[in-house]
Design a protein around this ligand. Structure first.
Ligand code: NAI
Length: 287
């Protein structure tokens, strides 16, 4: 398998990171978003991140300029209809994702692989939106935040996904310096299922909107537990809106088992528009 052209849909936290990773590895990537401002913001931020690496002599200026040549921003209507791979990284909403996949199935070449970066929806369920033939070419590719740095990619095989395709993608990412993991199509896959308790228990321990207690829990888990980030810092990085949607979806999938239950603070923060770093306000405040 060789992937030469990719479209990433959704230029938010994940989509922009995924697009940057492909361009860094000299794969042509078109980044798409329904919100033009978000698209412009993503392009500026990716370019500036390469420029900063060049200023710090981590890469040369020529390398930074070369990477920029592999990244394009587009509206979906003008994206390459014969792309090898499309990765969907839009809002975590089942109906909106399914509508998009229906459109992609209709408008893009039969050989184009359709992948979702969903954190929690079953791939088999999302694949209901596409034709039977396309289902073989429909897969989950779950990247981690920040996608440019985090090596893990969960490769999720739906009921009808071709196992040859899954293995080919696994091998391709393996060769490109990612660490792929083959996953069953089960709620939360591997990491998001295990991680539910990393967020849920600290929320239950703190139980109220108290920054001092949150700082203490983050500090203990980092200093004593050896985690790179504390749970509240990590939720702010992921996006509290996204994390809340994933919590609800995994909880529903496990018939509302109490260990997966969302905490009232998560809903409160979403209602208040405190989504974390991206809105400069979450559990903590950001400049
Ligand atoms: P985000 O909220 O930062 O970005 C979503 C982007 O999608 C926005 O820019 C929005 O304008 C765009 N969008 C929404 N509907 C669209 C449509 N129909 N067509 C084109 N663009 C559309 O969300 P984030 O955090 O990047 O999450 C995206 C996906 O990645 C979700 O499925 C989430 O579960 C998953 N994910 C998120 C992680 C995280 O740490 N935030 C980690 C791994 C996966």
């Amino acid at each position: 398998m060789d992937i030469k052209s990719v479209i990433v849909i959704g230029a938010g936290t994940m989509g922009s990171g995924i697009a940057q990773w492909f361009a860094t590895h000299h794969v042509n990537v078109e980044l798409v978003d329904s919100n033009q401002d978000q698209l412009n913001k993503a392009l500026t931020s990716i370019h500036s991140s390469w420029d900063k690496l060049a200023q710090k002599n981590k890469i040369s200026t020529a390398q930074a300029e070369e990477m920029k040549k592999f990244l394009f921003v587009k509206q979906l209507s003008s994206a390459n209809k014969k792309a090898d791979l499309i990765i969907e990284a839009i809002i975590e909403n089942l109906e909106i994702k399914k509508n998009l996949f229906q459109e992609l199935d209709r408008d893009f070449s039969a050989h184009t692989i359709l992948a979702s970066n969903t954190s929690s929806f079953p791939i088999t369920l999302l694949a209901e939106a596409v034709s039977d033939k396309r289902k073989e070419n429909f897969i989950g590719l779950h990247f981690f935040n920040p996608a440019i740095i985090m090596k893990l990619v969960e490769v999720i095989v739906g009921d009808k996904t071709s196992t040859v395709l899954a293995q080919d993608l696994y091998n391709w990412f393996d060769q490109k310096d990612k660490k792929p993991a083959m996953c069953k199509d089960s709620p939360g896959f591997i990491v998001n299922r295990v991680a539910r308790n990393f967020y849920g228990e600290p929320l239950r321990i703190v139980d109220e909107d108290d920054q001092e207690k949150m700082r203490e829990v983050d500090h203990i888990l980092k200093e004593v537990g050896g985690f790179k980030m504390g749970p509240f810092e990590l939720m702010d990085l992921i996006g509290i809106d996204i994390n809340y949607s994933v919590t609800c979806s995994v909880w529903d999938s496990y018939n509302k088992e109490p260990r997966f239950a969302p905490h009232k603070l998560q809903k409160q923060m979403v209602d208040e528009g405190r989504f974390g770093r991206k809105t400069k306000k979450g559990f903590y405040q950001y400049e």
